[in-house]
Design a protein around this ligand. Sequence first.
Ligand code: SF4
Length: 355
Amino acid sequence: MLSFPYRCDSVASVRHIANPPNPYERYSAEYVGEPPPTKLEIFEETATKKIITKAFASDWEGGWRYTVNCYRGCVHGCTYCFARQYHEYLGYGAGTDFETKIVVKPNAPHLLRAELKKCRDVMPHLDFSFATDPYLPIEAEYRLTRQCLEVCAEFRVPVAIVTKSPLVTRDIDLLKSLSKPSVFFSLPFLTKEKSNPFEPYTPVPEARFRAMRELSDAGITTGIGIAPVIPGYNEPDIPGLLERAKECGAERAFMSMLHIDTDSIEDYFVQKMNEHLPETRVRKIINMMGRERGGGLRHRTYKERMTGKTEQWEVTKKLFEFHSKRLGFKQSERAVVDRVESVTNTAEPIQQTLF
Ligand code: SF4
């Protein structure tokens, strides 16, 4: 159950309501003329029943993946984000609704403690990510991710975090007290200019690198997720991203191909590309993705989800592997995603990608 809107903040002047039709709703509405501007709305979910989610894929170290998300929706608004589909389950849209209607789970720490009391013995590892960024700007006020990490420290559960936000550095003190923590920064683009069309409201890449440096200096294991690789767009960034990550103390790296899970996400992704990129570039990306996916932008099977099938993708993988090796990352084969881990950390679990 969602409570009455907790707060309505400023109108995001550059964003107008744009949501693909929700496949779970019988009717959808279209605006006549220009749609109205979006508003940031924050809802408190008063009836969350569970906080640990067992992921549908058994892709963590050969076992099941378990995730914790204290929020739903994400103001960072990455146009490729697969979590957009989860907003449709709530009756919202996968477009601007996902970016501006944020649902908060205030009882997340309480639930996590109760669940870990019952299942700590069989809980190998918890991932903070996969449905939202655990360090959204409102985390500065709600501190729910932090409180959940405190519970993890109490139960000594190994934790991995995937974020695009430097706010994670606020919790360095706590991360140091955790059992085997690792923090991955999702960094698929080297510059603000390259990032903007796909990550319009995220902290700029340089801010993410600075946060990575701060965490590494504090002794926390860090990594870079070059995800998604968008064919025909950011492959040339791969060597530079790995080099910057190494300079900032990262020990692990992975990459994965763009995956578009639903028609709604595809609609929104293409719409945003058309708004922000030249037509020739959009056509190139769509054509190259089509070759990887055997037609349209969507993958056909889960196995294909984060990887490609053409020689071009093999070249991209080799580029990643070559520079990873050159910089001292060690190759680690996994079924679903192409990634490497540090020579010095081969025994530790590796976080996969949200993207
Ligand atoms: S990819 Fe991550 S940061 Fe971007 S919108 Fe999705 S959850 Fe937020």
